[in-house]
Design a protein around this ligand. Sequence first.
Ligand code: PLP
Length: 374
Amino acid sequence: MELFPVYSLYPVEPVRGRGSYVYDSEGTEYLDLYGGHAVISIGHAQPTYVQAIADQVSRMGFYSNSVENSLQQKLANMLGRISGYDDYSLFLINSGAEANENALKLASFHTGRNRVLAFQKAFHGRTMGAVGVTDNPAINAPLNAQSHTTFVPLGDLEQVERELATGEYCAVIIEGIQGVGGIQIPDDNFLRELRRLTTQYETCLILDEVQSGYGRTGRFFAHQWAGIRPDLITMAKGMGNGFPIGGVLISPMFQARTGMLGTTFGGSHLACAAAIAVLQVIEEGKLVDNALEVGNYLMERLHQLPQAKDIRGRGLMVGFDVEGSASEVRRRLVLEQHVFTGGAGQHTVRILPALNVGKKEIDLFIERFNNLTI
Ligand code: PLP
């Protein structure tokens, strides 16, 4: 049986990893500044994490959500304390798209409304509801629910207010920083105004922190730079360092009803053990601070590269443009210089390393990027 072709692949197969490096079966080392779509938050094969998963699976890997699971409460307590959201509640699922699906559903149940305001270039996932608020016609099938969505330009408060004033919207959904859209950072003041308008028009504010959250920008969540508190916060990617887990943080204003939300795999023993180990490593290693420090250093060094244009980002969520095709530059970085980076659109290179990446890796990246004659 053949695999259904989904991505265009590099002819490289990493078979093991350590920190910010991965290796193929011949032992060739690759510098990983992408973490497989921003997933690797604490580095490959981090020892505390490996041990926690091994210990947990040898005792109890999974039992359904019909019985008590104190690991879920332990994870919620840690997450509440570290993120500053200990008065919110946590719903656990398996991916970013699922997190957004459930947040949208909660907003609709809560308000009784069925329209969503989203932003141009937004990416919120590929399942029905999530893709319906994603601004990319190429990945929306005719069955997807885009008729419920209005897309407005990021930063356009007038249009936001005009739409919300209709009273039809259950939610505004926005990424902490647009990732797939090319590292577009919403202005802090725009986020504060969005918070004010959503409150005024009784619309739920959903912050999609699937990519920008979990310490990546030098705050636990990117929106915390603006000092706002959304009604719903979605997360995934870095939460499990590769083990599939996602979550929705839900403000106290939402009423729970048994059976309203549910999941088979979400919050399994193994997923919780992985996520607890991730938080422990983030906290003990002060990795949120490291993300800010090394991220600032990366931006500084990128400014010394004449090939890097329009450098933008916060912490370790950084993008820059190249003149030609970014996918060609990234392909050559992998094959000729043994460096993994991410892309967005035609010209943008995205850098999303593990939060414990060092300045040494940044220097290595700059050196290898300079070796490319572009
Ligand atoms: N939201 C954002 C901001 C993302 O970047 C992504 C994935 O790239 C998703 C949601 C979807 O996450 P997943 O692929 O885990 O469903």
